[in-house]
Design a binder for this molecule. Sequence first.
Ligand code: AMP
Length: 307
Amino acid sequence: MSLITVGTMAFDAIQTPFGKVDRIVGGSATYVAYAASNFINDVKQISIIGNDFPAEEIQSLEKRGVNLDGVERVADKKSFFWSGKYHMDMNTRDTLVTDLNVLADFNPIVPESYQGSEFLMLGNLMPKLQLSVINQLKVKPKLIVMDTMNFWMDIALDDLKEVLKKVDVLLVNDSEARQLSGEFSLVKASRKIMEMGPQFLIIKKGEHGALLFHKNHVFHAPALPLEEVFDPTGAGDTFAGGFIGHIAKTNDISFDNMKTAIIVGSALASFCVEKFGPERMKEITKEDIDARISEFVQLVSFDIDLV
Ligand code: AMP
């Protein structure tokens, strides 16, 4: 099965209570590609980079089988830059800087060789561009998953609502679900959001795991309690990459398989936060991932005798 991923490839400056980095590689599509390429070897990336994006990073993604034909390279501009500062709880953060740079004039083109892909992962990006990619596809993918953030809800809500009409699964965090729906209860929020288009909704709750909603069903995946969390940046994108990677590998879009996929996504995200940037994602093996998924199973399995 093949998967198209769309999003940013960026530089990030990150401050957490445990450290600070001024300029490391990041971006929503970067994290999605690192995560999804653990499961399928046909990840087709669409993004844009400037003249400053490191050649080693390109090679590192290509070595994992990520196809970068859809990544536009702009010779006289800088890559997208984002800077954020995490609060003490590491679950919430402030965006300090968003420099669009090459993203300001981005007009994604779906290469002919990408047509016919069964799965589409719309990573966090301007909603207009997410929509443009959907509209360029000649055959509707089997599943369209979309990630977004409060930034786009603040400045491009109407566009975002247009994309929502065309996607199957939306991924947001709890505060974004509340902002989008205007409801505090996540159950009420999920109903309102699913009325906007997606049949499935995943609400990420940082260290408190994730909820999967579909019709009247709800499923909860925990987050693994970790001794040390260095940098949560990219955890959401990594979760998304693990989720769609598992779905594409198994070619099964049932609610039951999505339950497994959110456990897989949570396991991948638990690695991402262990080091700054996508570094940890480059190190892990299939054995590491399998062992971590087993830890998730242990975490939540119990017997109960009701008398
Ligand atoms: P996450 O922590 O999963 O929300 O993802 C953080 C990544 O998203 C960082 O590597 C940023 O480069 C990227 N990012 C931050 N803001 C935006 C934005 N407005 N649009 C697209 N990507 C962004």
